[in-house]
Design a protein around this ligand. Structure first.
Ligand code: NAD
Length: 324
């Protein structure tokens, strides 16, 4: 029997090759709900990237047996709706952790070394004056503040300690003991305010949940050092974008690196556009060749396992297995 797997977006070739012997891949031409709804009735499985997977879609697929998330953030999947139907939802944690960590590091270095204004100096034929006015800061020995100390946060701590001898403070109320990292001792703080006041570079690595939505707003930005940088590669809605843009314009903080937005794709006008002290990217933190292969392989393996009656790894609604 050939199964049909609906993919919200294409995945790496390795995934299609693994899928081919057992299932037909149906790639949505656009990751939009009406398109997905028209294809869902034929699907035995969904592979979801950034496209939407709401209740309506889950109920539009009578043969649906599993939903696999290509990546980690599952805020675009209605897990309770899947549970109601007894459908397992799994993710592929860790497969893009290195990629996101390197993106966060790239943003921090780029902000500290003021690469965007430096390029503008050269291209704007302002070499001599621009060079005289250029002053960067170093990451060496500074304090890294992590909001969320899971897979990505812990790996970033490790890299920053090893490469730049950074001190690391972390805020994560769900972690009782910080992982041990060579070269530094991660200090868990019990209040976000303490982290905001102490860190020189703050990097966000929490899932989007009702609790983390808007966790960084005007009041929190005001508690950061004026010389500090904020990097968000987690989910856009974790930061209040209007408040961040205002803080950047008014020098409340030194700069920001943003890979994720409250609305994706971003609208034509956005408060964070056109600012010198900002680095923006279109939700590509996890998108390296290596991570794309690892995610594709893991999500297809999980989908095939479920289609063949086995339990995939990293199921997010394990209660469905107890119910029956
Ligand atoms: P993870 O589950 O390993 O870690 C998340 C951590 O956040 C956990 O330790 C958890 O306890 C903590 N947390 C939850 N609520 C919190 C709160 N209110 N305050 C502080 N900490 C809290 O996940 P991960 O693999 O480290 O990924 C983190 C997030 O990064 C994902 O949920 C996803 O949204 C995002 N992500 C983005 C990209 C990208 O392309 N930009 C790629 C991968 C992941």
């Amino acid at each position: 029997m050939t199964f049909r797997v609906l993919l919200t977006e294409p995945i790496d070739r390795v995934g299609f090759e693994l899928l081919a012997p057992a299932a037909e891949a149906i790639v949505a031409p656009e990751p939009k709900l009406p398109v997905l709804l028209s294809l869902a009735p034929r699907a035995d499985a969904f592979i979801v990237r950034a496209g939407p997977c709401p209740r309506e879609l889950i109920y539009a697929a009578p043969n649906l047996k599993v939903i696999g998330k290509h990546g980690v953030g599952v805020d675009n999947i209605d897990i309770p709706a899947a549970s109601e139907r007894g459908i397992p939802v799994f993710s592929t944690p860790g497969t893009n952790a290195e990629a996101v960590v390197e993106m966060a590091l790239a943003m921090m270095l780029s902000l500290a070394r003021r690469l965007r204004p430096a390029q503008q100096v050269v291209e704007g034929n302002n070499y001599v004056r621009g060079r005289a006015n250029y002053l960067a800061v170093e990451m060496q020995g500074k304090t890294l503040g992590l909001i969320g100390l899971g897979r990505i946060g812990s790996l970033l701590a490790q890299k920053c300690a090893a490469a730049f001898a950074m001190r690391v403070v972390a805020y994560d109320p769900y972690v009782k003991q910080a992982p041990s990292v060579p070269g530094t001792e991660i200090q868990l703080v019990s209040s976000l305010d303490e982290l905001l006041a102490r860190a020189d570079f703050i990097s966000i690595h929490v899932p989007l949940t009702p609790e983390t939505r808007g966790i960084i707003g005007r009041a929190q930005l005001a508690k950061m050092k004026r010389t500090a940088y904020l990097v968000n590669t987690a989910r856009g809605a974790v930061v209040e974008e209007e408040a961040l843009a205002e803080a950047l314009r008014e020098g409340v903080i030194a700069g920001a690196g943003i890979d994720v937005f409250a609305q994706e794709p971003t609208p034509a006008e956005h408060p964070l556009f056109g600012l010198d002290n900002v680095i923006l990217s279109p939700h590509v933190g996890g998108q390296t060749a290596e991570a794309m292969q690892k995610m594709a392989r893991a999500v297809v393996e999980g989908v095939l396992a479920a289609l063949h009656g086995q339990r995939p790894a990293n199921v997010l609604n394990p209660d469905i297995y107890r119910a029956g």
